[in-house]
Design a binder for this molecule. Structure first.
Ligand SMILES: [Zn+2]
Length: 111
């Protein structure tokens, strides 16, 4: 096992969770209407412009755009941010719980 500092592990887990949340948003947006979650690449539902790579960065992209398309100013549902943040917090919390201090971990293992 690679001994990484615990905050790094938690931060990495939260980032992974945010990415998972971002994909969940694609699933939420497309699956009900029978669209593919693979293609086409993300577009603004207002003007159809293909999103730049940085606009797809979970949480940070939404904040950078202030919740609106930068071309047509159509609002981006706050659901995108909420799902990404919730998944990030859930994954971060799981990492936090699973990488607890030795005494807590031993207490769980030893009952
Ligand atoms: Zn747009």
């Amino acid at each position: 096992m690679i001994p990484l500092p615990r905050p790094w592990v938690i931060a990495a887990a939260a980032a992974f969770g945010a990415a998972l949340g971002s994909f969940l948003n694609v699933v939420i947006s497309r699956v009900p209407s029978g669209e593919s979650v693979i293609r086409p690449p993300s577009r603004c539902p207002g003007c159809g412009r293909r999103l730049a790579w940085w606009e797809n960065i979970p949480v940070a992209g939404y904040i950078a755009l202030r919740g609106r398309c930068r071309t047509c100013r159509a609002p981006i549902g706050v659901r995108h941010l909420v799902v990404e943040l919730a998944a990030a917090v859930a994954a971060g919390a799981a990492a936090w719980a699973l990488t607890g201090a030795d005494t807590a971990r031993e207490a769980m293992i030893n009952g």
